[in-house]
Design a binder for this molecule. Structure first.
Ligand SMILES: [Zn+2]
Length: 221
């Protein structure tokens, strides 16, 4: 199951009610791509104008293809850390006596399988996380339109020769990127591109790595 902030919020609400008696305010929930741990909880204390502000963040990794029950167990594990920190309870260590007591109580009463640590080697990364690098052709036309295309690498030289003959093209650049936006773009072997807004074009190309422009190579592929 793909993890999103919305799905974490929903799961948090559910178990906050069922297990924690709605005692925990909604923390910041984030989805990460961490390989080494499925979840973590961060606690920040800031003094602003003499007032103490506490913020809690729970991060759950979307890297591994794990069953829903494990995602839930991971979130509940982090909620135990959160509960201990939020209520200023003292434990003997990060996973000390208090943590383990609470964990075992929850496992028993709610039929969960929360543990102190999970062996990540038991799980495979999600397919969608196998990052692919795309060669992107970004074109600005004389009429102000903006085009993006994901190009088969072997076609770079051929397509560039064709572009240079198109008078309607004002500017073009080649980029590489791992942005998932290009996942469902066909890898073209001809001059075919998708029209996007100028703003979207500017924002997206700013995040990509320029490899070649009109004047030549900026970096090697
Ligand atoms: Zn922990």
């Amino acid at each position: 199951m793909e993890i999103t902030v919305a799905s974490l919020q929903e799961t948090f609400r559910k178990y906050n009610e069922e297990i924690f008696g709605n005692a925990l305010p909604m923390p910041n929930l984030r989805v990460s791509n961490a390989k080494r741990r499925l979840g973590s909880m961060h606690h920040r204390i800031q003094k602003i104008w003499g007032k103490t502000h506490r913020s809690f963040t729970i991060v759950v990794s979307n890297y591994y293809d794990v069953p829903l029950s494990l995602i839930e167990d991971t979130l509940i594990h982090e909620m135990i850390h959160y509960e201990i920190a939020y209520k200023n309870l003292k434990d003997t260590s990060a996973h000390g006596t208090l943590f383990r007591q609470r964990m075992e109580e929850i496992n028993r009463n709610y039929h969960r399988d929360i543990t102190v640590s999970k062996r990540m080697t038991d799980y495979a990364p999600r397919k969608s996380n196998q990052t692919e690098t795309y060669l992107v052709l970004a074109i600005e036309m004389n009429d102000g339109s903006h085009l993006l295309s994901s190009v088969a690498r072997t076609m770079l030289a051929d397509l560039e020769r064709q572009i240079k003959r198109v008078e309607k093209i004002r500017n073009f650049c080649w980029y590489i990127t791992q942005d998932a936006y290009f996942r469902n773009f066909p890898k073209v072997r001809t001059l075919r591109a998708r029209s996007v807004s100028a703003e979207f074009f500017t924002n997206l190309t700013a995040k990509m790595t320029l490899v070649k422009d009109k004047n030549g190579w900026v970096r090697t592929l």
